[in-house]
Design a protein around this ligand. Structure first.
Ligand code: FMN
Length: 218
C-alpha cells in the first residue's frame, strides 16, 4: 500500500473505544504514542503541552468514581432546585463522561497559556487584554488538540483503542490537577483513556458528507 492509502486506512478505521481488555499497556508503547504527540505542530512552535500518564488501576478507578460523585452532586442540586428534567439529562451525560474506570491507561493532556513574542509585542497592540487572554487559552487548546490527534492515531496504529474525553475535565478539573500533579499554569484539556480494545467492532458513528462540509471558493 502506498503511504497515503496506509494513512487513509488508519484514519478511516480509528474510532473511539470505551471497553478494554485487562492487559496492561507497556511503557514502550505509551512512549511511542507520546513521541508522536510531541511532534505535532503548535503556534510559533510554542509546544504548550504536557502529557501525564498513569497506569495505576486504583487511581483510574478512583478518578472515574470521583467523576460519578461530582455528577451525582450536581444532579441532587438540580433535583433540589426543582429541575428534574435537567437532572435527568445530566445523568445521560454522566454515562458519557465517566466510562473510563476499566481503562488500563490514562493520559491527561494539559496546556499552558500560549505565549510568544508575537503575543507580547504584536497581539497586545491589536487586542484588548481580555481578548489576548482568550487567545492565549484558545491557541493552547488548538495545539494540544493537534497533539492529541497524533496520539490517538499512533495508539490505533499500535493496535490500541482510545477515547479522548472532555467530561471528566469539566466535572473534576481540580481533582485531575492534584492527582496528576499538574504544575501551574497548566490546565487539563483532555483525558485520554486507552488499552487493547475488548471487541474489534468498527466505528459506529457517521460523518457528514464531504460535499456538505467543504466549500471551494475562487
Ligand atoms: C473534544 C472531544 C471531547 C470528547 N469527550 C468525550 C467524553 O467526555 N466522553 C466520551 O465517551 N467520548 C468523548 N469524546 C469522543 C467522541 O464522542 C467521539 O470522538 C465522537 O462521537 C466520534 O466518534 P469516533 O471517535 O468513534 O469516530 C470526545 C471527543 C472530542 C473530540
Amino acid at each position: 500500500m502506498d503511504t497515503f492509502a496506509t494513512f487513509h486506512e488508519l484514519v478511516k478505521s480509528r474510532h473511539s473505544v470505551r471497553q478494554w481488555q485487562d492487559a496492561p499497556v507497556p511503557r514502550e508503547d505509551l512512549e511511542h504514542m507520546l513521541d508522536c504527540a510531541r511532534l505535532a505542530p503548535s503556534d510559533t512552535n510554542a509546544q504548550p503541552w504536557r502529557f501525564t500518564v498513569t497506569t495505576n488501576r486504583t487511581t483510574i478507578r478512583l478518578l472515574e468514581e470521583a467523576t460519578h460523585a461530582r455528577f451525582r452532586e450536581l444532579e441532587h442540586q438540580l433535583q433540589a432546585a426543582g429541575r428534574p428534567e435537567a437532572a435527568r439529562k445530566l445523568k445521560v451525560f454522566e454515562k458519557y463522561a465517566a466510562t473510563f474506570g476499566s481503562a488500563p491507561a490514562l493520559i491527561l493532556v494539559s496546556g499552558e497559556p500560549y505565549d510568544s513574542r508575537f503575543m507580547r509585542e504584536v497581539f497586545t497592540q491589536m487586542m484588548t487584554p481580555a481578548a489576548v487572554a482568550q487567545l492565549s487559552h484558545d491557541e493552547s487548546i488548538k495545539s494540544t488538540s493537534l497533539a492529541t490527534m497524533n496520539l490517538l492515531l499512533a495508539a490505533h496504529a499500535l493496535g490500541y483503542g482510545s477515547v479522548p474525553m472532555t467530561g471528566p475535565v469539566l466535572a473534576i478539573p481540580d481533582t485531575l490537577k492534584v492527582t496528576f500533579k499538574l504544575p501551574a499554569p497548566f490546565e487539563p484539556h483532555l483525558l485520554i483513556a486507552l488499552g487493547r480494545p475488548r471487541t474489534h467492532d468498527g466505528r459506529t458513528t457517521s460523518r457528514k458528507s464531504l460535499e456538505s462540509v467543504v466549500d471551494w471558493i475562487d
